[in-house]
Design a binder for this molecule. Structure first.
Ligand code: 1GP
Length: 234
């Protein structure tokens, strides 16, 4: 079974998934084993990526994490330089909420030479940036305007356009460190419209928020900042 098939199967059976996001630039190698030990029991995936990462750093972090942890490591790259053959799979992201060709196709084309010489599983993913109440680095780096949380129709239409163009997953992103995470109303509307699994991330800081996202229909939730700062609490 591929990593995508595992996600599809879990979503189909309503087994909720949790990814811990590691930003390679903020990862402390000397504390790798403690970090891994602290992972919540219900974590199912490690995502690795960030908006801006020093060249070569993603590879180092993936190799270190792999030594300590048996969870699948999935790249969540901010740009083509963040591709490491040591990971298991790659979210091949298109920022479909934006209209910047750089993140719709340019970075993807530039990543091909690197990807085709690896065994990485490629997972076509529609990435939708939604307003999280503050300007996040993904917004700055991608130079795109997030969709407003109250524009639910546009969010649903964007997600469906992603599905129709062959994306296998849709990622609803409020941005790392967002003030507000994606509302239950949005998650529910997107999940109801789509046949493919829905990932939700950005600003999820507590077990209650995590549960709300699951209850609304998120299949996989991504948590980064709260684990980094050790303040994920119930
Ligand atoms: C960012 O969705 C992820 O891409 C996680 O966001 O750092 O706010 O948890 P946080």
């Amino acid at each position: 079974q591929s990593y995508l098939e595992e996600i599809q199967q879990a979503a189909y059976e309503n087994r909720k998934m949790l990814a811990v996001l590691i930003d390679p630039d903020k990862f402390d190698d000397t504390k790798a084993s403690q970090f891994i030990q602290k992972l919540p029991e219900n974590a199912t995936h490690i995502f690795v990526g960030g908006s801006t990462v020093e060249k070569g750093r993603t590879c180092e972090v993936v190799s270190i994490v792999k030594n300590y942890c048996g969870l699948p490591i999935i790249l969540f790259p901010g740009d083509h330089s963040q591709i490491s053959s040591h990971a298991d799979a790659l979210l091949f992201l298109s920022l479909i909420s934006g209209r910047n060709p750089e993140f719709l196709i340019e970075q993807q084309v530039r990543s091909v030479e690197k990807i085709r010489n690896t065994n990485l599983e490629i997972i076509p993913t529609g990435y939708i940036l939604i307003d999280g109440g503050k300007e996040t680095s993904v917004q700055k780096v991608s130079n795109t305007i997030p969709l407003a949380q109250n524009n639910i129709q546009q969010i649903v239409n964007t997600a469906l356009a992603g599905q129709y163009s062959g994306k296998k997953l849709i990622y609803l992103e409020a941005g790392s460190g967002a003030k507000f995470s994606i509302s239950s109303e949005i998650i529910q509307a997107v999940k109801t419209a789509l046949d493919i699994p829905v990932i939700v991330g950005g600003g999820v800081r507590s077990i209650q928020q995590l549960q709300l996202a699951y209850d609304a229909g998120a299949d996989l939730v991504v948590i980064g900042t709260a684990f980094e700062n050790d303040d994920f609490h119930s």
